[in-house]
Design a protein around this ligand. Structure first.
Ligand SMILES: [Zn+2]
Length: 236
């Protein structure tokens, strides 16, 4: 059984009840640590496979309970040369404390954003109005980030107009999509070269009912095939 601090190499060795029926080689990915309660003490130990890189952030749902010691851990992790991306950070209108969320996002982007490291943004609007988060998030990002900043809009479902507005100001913007019907619709408005594939653990159900009750890196291939980036095949 995989523990909380399972290494990427261990996850890749885990047998699945059903292998992803797709072509394509899994060459790497970004492993996101944005829950301060489970920040790893040593990212190098956990993200131990070439091609995989860690990102560190603070999820907007967690900002109201972010403690001084967790903030200290965040700062220590950000100093690791192995951490090559900042995130998730962002705004979530379905959580509380919007003022605090904005304050923390502003602080983190100003203090830690680096045009050499992508920023992974979680922008979730109130139910039925996703556009609010993308416009408010962009307003804030414009004040804090360089125009050349690579930005990933994670779990993107803002539609083509919102993506075009982001791209106009931040030409290095990307949208990433997990395997859900909503995101499949959103994908239509984003050029393929600015689209990324993701699995969003632990919020989305596993496609494969593996006994570990968590998403494993292999499942990115199932997402990729479902979103049309890989041709589904009977076997690997
Ligand atoms: Zn998120």
């Amino acid at each position: 059984m995989l523990g909380k601090d399972a290494r990427v190499s261990e996850m890749l060795r885990m047998p699945l009840s059903r292998r992803p029926g797709t072509t394509g080689r899994l060459r790497g990915g970004v492993v996101v640590f944005c829950d301060p309660h489970s920040y790893p003490r040593n990212v190098d130990r956990i993200v131990d496979v070439p091609g995989f890189i860690p990102a560190v952030g603070i999820h907007p749902k967690q900002v109201s309970t972010w403690t001084a010691s967790e903030m200290e851990s965040f700062k220590i992790l950000m100093r690791s040369p192995k951490v090559k991306a900042l995130g998730e950070v962002g705004l979530d209108f379905q959580a509380r404390h919007m003022e605090k969320q904005e304050e923390v996002l502003r602080y983190i982007l100003r203090a830690y954003a680096d045009p050499a490291k992508p920023v992974i943004l979680h922008l979730r609007g109130p139910r039925g109005n996703e556009g609010v988060a993308y416009s408010r998030g962009m307003k804030l990002a414009k004040k804090c980030l360089d125009k050349t900043q690579p930005v990933q809009l994670h779990c993107f479902n803002g539609g083509s107009a919102a993506f075009a507005r982001w791209r106009e100001y931040f030409p290095n913007v990307y949208a990433s999509f997990p395997l859900t019907k909503d995101q499949k619709r959103g994908l239509k408005g984003v050029p393929a070269e600015q689209s990324l594939i993701e699995i969003d653990a632990p919020y989305l159900p596993t496609v494969d009912k593996n006994p570990f009750r968590r998403l494993l890196p292999w499942q990115i291939k199932i997402s990729a095939a479902s979103l049309g980036f890989l041709a589904p095949k009977a076997k690997l």
